[in-house]
Design a protein around this ligand. Structure first.
Ligand SMILES: *[C@@H]1O[C@H](CO)[C@@H](O)[C@H](O)[C@H]1NC(C)=O
Ligand SMILES: *[C@@H]1O[C@H](CO)[C@@H](O)[C@H](O)[C@H]1NC(C)=O
Ligand SMILES: *[C@@H]1O[C@H](CO)[C@@H](O)[C@H](O)[C@H]1NC(C)=O
Ligand SMILES: *[C@@H]1O[C@H](CO)[C@@H](O)[C@H](O)[C@H]1NC(C)=O
Ligand SMILES: *[C@@H]1O[C@H](CO)[C@@H](O)[C@H](O)[C@H]1NC(C)=O
Ligand SMILES: *[C@@H]1O[C@H](CO)[C@@H](O)[C@H](O)[C@H]1NC(C)=O
Ligand SMILES: *[C@@H]1O[C@H](CO)[C@@H](O)[C@H](O)[C@H]1NC(C)=O
Ligand SMILES: *[C@@H]1O[C@H](CO)[C@@H](O)[C@H](O)[C@H]1NC(C)=O
Length: 420
């Protein structure tokens, strides 16, 4: 019985896989006589650093028939020796061409006794730049409060066991090759304030359980392949500051519950397949500075409630199917610097109230169906740098007040019906 237990512990000890880089063909592993191919010095150092970051019960590690007394496997981890020969380290070779080994796989699975000191662990993982695989299944990292593994080549799925790291406050895995879904167990990460998974190959629906993460302040899932709708449970994320879901395959309507995210300063939903209207509840997002909804299939009128977003500095709605008029309430957006509505089906007159947007630097209304005259109030837009009204049905005289726009560097009034 005891030996079974020991065997289980033996299996459970951490394994590092070292693989020689580049090429393919006939991978094999070796345990010894690797003196010709010692692991790189910086990798040995990283592993030695790593050793200092965990505590392990002395009887919960290596055991074999020749040496029946259990001993910590890391006993063989010594500076100046080849880490390919260390217990728990496996070297693999994939090519005869390269003699530079690279640590590409860090398997931390089933280390029930491993306790990591997070800051060093994070630094370590940053140093292991070739890391491609990370298996954290069943690891006891309940004390881990941040996990930064960004900008690696980590592939595979996000282990759902991460959902048991109750102390976790930041999970930062952007710029890797992760695939599969976000485990719904993430709904248990009640301390999480940062979930940053952008630029991976994640797919499936965004689990609605994320809506129970009351502390969440940054939710960045952009540049993946998520589909389905935004869970309406996201309306519960009362601490959310940044919601960035851009460049996915999300669809359906934008849930009006997002209008209760009172702390939100940036919402980026661009480059998805959303349809339907902008919820008028967005008028409640009093902290919102940037609203990016471009490159979707949104339609209907732009809600006039957006005119109450006093902090709004960028509103980008281009490449949608909006129709109707620009709400005259937009004259209240005193912080607005960029208003880009081009490539929609907007019509009616351009409201003269836009002339009171003293901070406006880019006004882009091209490829719409605006008619009537350019408001002479535009002469008050002293910060205006770009004015693009190309390809509408504007007519009348071009107001001479435009001549007083000292900052103007780009003016396009072509494809209209102005008197000349
Ligand atoms: C490495 O060791 C394992 C068991 O310790 C053995 O099964 C395997 O054949 C060894 N590989 C080589 C290349 O010696
Ligand atoms: C990471 O690399 C830096 C610079 O090479 C080094 O100072 C630091 O000790 C390394 N940290 C770990 C945990 O290996
Ligand atoms: C390891 O030692 C602890 C006490 O330090 C003991 O409780 C435990 O049963 C031991 N485990 C094994 C597998 O011998
Ligand atoms: C994980 O480690 C913590 C802290 O040492 C301990 O309280 C907990 O019981 C461990 N959990 C498991 C499943 O071993
Ligand atoms: C991304 O995931 C899809 C499956 O969802 C797979 O077909 C594709 O090859 C993956 N792409 C990359 C670059 O890994
Ligand atoms: C965009 O929405 C319209 C309805 O507003 C629909 O007819 C059209 O098929 C949608 N286009 C795409 C590409 O989803
Ligand atoms: C306008 O939108 C259509 C489809 O929504 C797109 O194909 C086209 O490239 C866009 N044109 C410009 C100038 O953005
Ligand atoms: C004007 O905009 C419409 C869409 O609103 C587009 O189909 C057309 O190609 C544009 N014409 C020019 C000259 O840009």
């Amino acid at each position: 019985m005891a030996s079974l237990l020991w065997f289980a512990h033996f299996l459970s000890f951490l394994l590092f896989h070292l693989r020689f880089q580049a090429g393919s063909s006939l991978p094999f592993s070796f345990n010894s006589s690797s003196a010709a191919m010692p692991c790189q010095h910086d990798q040995s150092l990283a592993l030695l650093q790593f050793m200092k970051t965990f505590s392990i019960r002395s009887n919960a590690s290596s055991w074999d028939f020749l040496y029946p007394k259990p001993y910590p496997k890391t006993e063989s981890w010594k500076e100046g020796t080849d880490c390919c020969l260390w217990d728990g380290v496996t070297c693999e070779i994939e090519t005869e061409i390269s003699y530079l080994p690279a640590l590409v796989s860090l398997d931390l699975s089933r280390n029930y006794d491993l306790i990591l000191e997070t800051s060093i662990f994070n630094e370590l993982v940053q140093n292991l730049t070739q890391l491609q695989q990370l298996d954290l299944s069943e690891i006891n990292m309940s004390l881990l409060d941040t996990l930064y593994l960004y900008n690696n080549n980590i592939n595979g799925q996000i282990p759902s066991s991460l959902g048991s790291l109750k102390e976790l406050s930041s999970l930062v895995l952007f710029d890797n090759d992760l695939n599969g879904e976000i485990p719904s167990s993430f709904g248990n990460l009640k301390q999480l304030h940062t979930l940053y998974l952008s630029n991976n190959n994640l797919s499936g629906q965004i689990p609605s359980s994320l809506g129970s993460l009351k502390e969440l302040s940054l939710l960045i899932l952009s540049g993946n392949k998520f589909n389905g709708e935004i869970p309406s449970s996201f309306g519960n994320l009362k601490q959310l500051d940044i919601l960035d879901l851009h460049s996915n395959s999300l669809s359906g309507q934008i849930p009006s519950s997002l209008g209760s995210l009172k702390e939100l300063s940036l919402m980026d939903l661009c480059s998805n397949n959303f349809n339907g209207e902008i919820p008028s509840s967005f008028g409640n997002l009093k902290q919102l500075g940037m609203l990016y909804l471009h490159n979707n299939n949104l339609s209907g009128q732009i809600p006039s409630s957006l005119g109450s977003l006093k902090e709004l500095s960028s509103l980008i709605l281009l490449d949608n199917n909006f129709n109707g008029e620009i709400p005259s309430s937009f004259g209240n957006l005193k912080q607005l610097r960029i208003l880009d509505l081009h490539n929609n089906s907007l019509n009616g007159q351009i409201p003269s109230s836009l002339g009171s947007l003293k901070e406006l630097s880019s006004l882009i209304l091209s490829n719409n169906r605006f008619n009537g005259e350019i408001p002479s109030s535009f002469g008050n837009l002293k910060q205006l740098d770009i004015l693009d009204l190309r390809n509408n049905s504007l007519n009348g005289q071009i107001p001479s007040s435009l001549g007083s726009l000292k900052e103007l560097s780009s003016l396009d009034l072509s494809y209209n019906n102005f008197n000349s």
